[in-house]
Design a protein around this ligand. Structure first.
Ligand code: RP5
Length: 171
């Protein structure tokens, strides 16, 4: 096992279900990651320290999943120039709109690349991190192209199955 290149920070362990999709993608691509549950509000010192040392510690991308006021991505991005990807997590009473607006409305100068809310966001955040890492890793770039081809084949296969099912129903 090599040193992790991606840091995945969730604002609370209660966000785990959303980031598990990211873990699966990293396992598929053989990308090493470190996962932490650290809150911008409840553990501000630890978040700041982690972000400030992330580049020195070998990370190349940081993923931040957070719900509610969702300042995590912004606080991390304020303390590192590494690319930061935010996943808005749904919670009561606003079903994730609060987190989405918070992440997507970063003031100019400190960007957070916000992906889809919820579980799709977990998967897309990891794929986006892979595409960033693939810029300087030819093997990873090849794996990403194969992943896309396989995905295309799967969709076309399900389209063929759909056509068959619909044809059968017409008889
Ligand atoms: C955010 O508050 C977390 O990211 C989580 O989505 C939300 C609720 O946290 P818990 O009360 O479940 O710990 O900081």
């Amino acid at each position: 096992m090599g040193k992790p290149t991606v840091a995945v920070i969730m604002g609370s362990k209660s966000d785990l279900a959303v980031v598990e999709g990211a873990f699966k993608i990293f396992a598929e691509f053989g990308v090493e990651f470190e996962a932490r549950a650290l809150s911008a509000h409840r553990t501000p010192n630890e978040v700041t320290e982690f972000a400030a040392n992330a580049e020195k510690n070998g990370f190349k991308v940081v993923i931040c999943a957070a719900g509610m006021a969702a300042h995590l991505g912004g606080v991390v991005a304020a303390h590192t120039t590494l690319p930061v990807i935010g996943i808005p997590v749904a919670s009561e009473p606003f079903n994730g709109l609060d987190a989405l607006f918070s992440m997507v409305q970063m003031p100019p100068g400190i960007p957070v690349a916000t992906v889809s809310a919820g579980k799709a966001g977990g998967k897309n955040a990891a794929l986006y991190a892979v595409s960033i890492l693939a810029l300087s890793d030819a093997d990873l770039a090849e794996k990403l192209k194969k992943f896309r081809s396989k995905q295309t084949e799967q969709v076309l296969k399900s389209d063929r199955e759909l056509q068959e099912e619909l044809n059968l129903k017409r008889i």
